[in-house]
Design a protein around this ligand. Structure first.
Ligand code: SR1
Ligand code: MG
Length: 433
């Protein structure tokens, strides 16, 4: 398929597609150089484990003798979380491949290396980040990762700046806008699950604990909140600012010690910069609320909460620092051209433009963080940090604190001045009922 056709409708599913299994993987992929170079020439020696715990795909760890292994990720033609009653295009693998390869160039050492992509089989063979674990697990265990916030802030700055009209040549950006517009089925999931369904009694939302129901009813009756959520949805859908990861939560990050990698950009789209940062900060905030549910006699998690706060601060600070550096040194796209500012001796005006631009991103970040908290608490795709708390009353109390905080972020997004203010309000919400 040529680029124009792909852009118009996305890749078409191949009739040759067949889902892999633990039993068939070695024989089906055993001739690929990408596999043999890393796992050895005898597929009979490979060990295969299916480890997919996400909502959509098959994920296999394949190890050879004495080798570190590779990841084989294959899209299924439906939503795994729900089953084949909810079909989903295999083309998301094509878009994930194109996102991963762009992220690798724009933000070096932050994403797994791609070794092989098979469009017909909707599969990507990529670097196995090991012994990394999904960050959500660390956040439940109380594990700290040195430098994590700085790395994530850099990832956001570099991918968001370098995928935008601040950096790319206009023709290249427009080609990518058209390319990733083909990923509309995944956008449709976000448009429904994030911006609509938390705010009414949608069939797929799942159960609301009785003790939380009055608060959920209150949120669903809050017209200002629903209007604000739709304003945010309009920004998501209509503001094709840059190439986003599109699903940047703490289940999309793998970490080990002071190393981390960002995975799973299958929800990639051209959208507003604040979406990725907002989703990220929201997921740290929910992990913060959940801490008392994971405390033990030896660890009340008070100090760990401080670490989460410092990580949230580092994300935003490093994002703004790196974004500002790129603004000053790599602004080669058609927006805010130097010929209007620096070349006219107006460096100060360029700094004002930068600061206004970051202000817009900050307000979007707060709004998207708020709706992400709501949908991960009372929508279809909930988070294990809450769901694994056995004490129901405690769980509902912590979720309630998070829900109120989410509303504050959405409705007060024009008034919350900076990350210190955001964290002060987080601590305030954590003292509430
Ligand atoms: C039906 S898919 C549900 C969620 O899983 C993914 O990780 C995305 O966050 C999506 O919203
Ligand atoms: Mg995912």
């Amino acid at each position: 398929m040529n680029d124009a056709a792909t852009a118009a409708q996305g890749p078409v599913a191949s009739p040759d597609y067949a889902a892999l299994s633990v039993e068939t993987l070695a024989s089906r992929l055993g001739q690929l150089p990408a596999m043999r170079q890393r796992l050895g020439d005898d597929p009979a020696d490979w060990q295969v484990r299916e480890v997919g715990d996400g909502n959509l795909n098959l994920v296999f760890i394949v190890r050879g003798q004495g080798e570190r292994g590779v990841i084989v990720k294959q899209a299924l033609p439906y939503v795994r979380l729900v089953g084949d009653s909810w079909p989903l295009p295999l083309s998301r693998s094509f878009f994930e491949y194109h996102a991963l390869t762009r992220q690798a160039v724009r933000s070096p050492d932050t994403v797994p290396e791609v070794f092989h992509f098979d469009e017909d089989q909707a599969l990507i063979i990529m670097q196995f980040l090991t012994p990394h674990r999904i960050l959500r697990q660390s956040l439940m265990d109380g594990t700290r990762h040195e430098g994590l916030g700085e790395m994530l802030g850099r990832f956001c700055a570099e991918t968001l700046f370098r995928g935008s009209d601040l950096s790319l040549q206009a023709a290249e950006r427009k080609r990518d806008v058209a390319l990733f517009a083909g990923n509309h089925a995944l956008c449709d999931i976000t448009e429904n699950l994030v911006f609509d369904e938390p705010y009414f009694d949608a069939p797929l939302n799942g159960e609301i604990p009785a003790v939380l129901q009055p608060l959920v009813d209150e949120l669903r009756a809050d017209a200002d909140l629903k209007i604000a959520a739709q304003q945010l949805k309009a920004r998501f859908a209509n503001h094709a600012e840059t190439m986003l990861h599109g699903d940047l939560h703490t289940g999309s990050i793998m970490a080990d010690g002071d190393r981390a990698g960002v995975i799973d950009p299958e929800f990639v789209l051209y959208g507003p910069m604040g979406l990725d940062i907002g989703m990220l900060l929201a997921n740290f905030a929910m992990a913060w609320f959940a801490q008392p549910g994971h405390a033990s006699d030896g660890d009340d998690r008070v100090a760990y909460r401080r670490w989460i706060e410092s990580t949230m601060t580092a994300v935003w600070q490093r994002f703004t620092e790196r974004f500002s550096e790129l603004w000053r040194t790599e602004r080669a796209g058609m927006l805010y051209p130097a010929r209007l500012f620096e070349d006219q001796g107006q460096v100060r005006a360029s700094e004002v433009a930068l600061s206004r631009r970051l202000g817009t991103v900050w307000r979007d970040t707060l709004g998207f963080a708020g709706v992400e908290i709501h949908r991960r608490t009372i929508g279809l795709a909930r988070i294990v940090e809450y769901e694994s708390i056995h004490d129901e009353a405690l769980r509902a109390r912590l979720q309630g604190q998070g829900l109120r905080y989410g509303r504050e972020l959405v409705l007060e997004r024009g008034a919350i001045t900076d990350v210190d203010d955001m964290l002060a309000r987080l601590r305030g919400a954590g003292e509430g009922a």
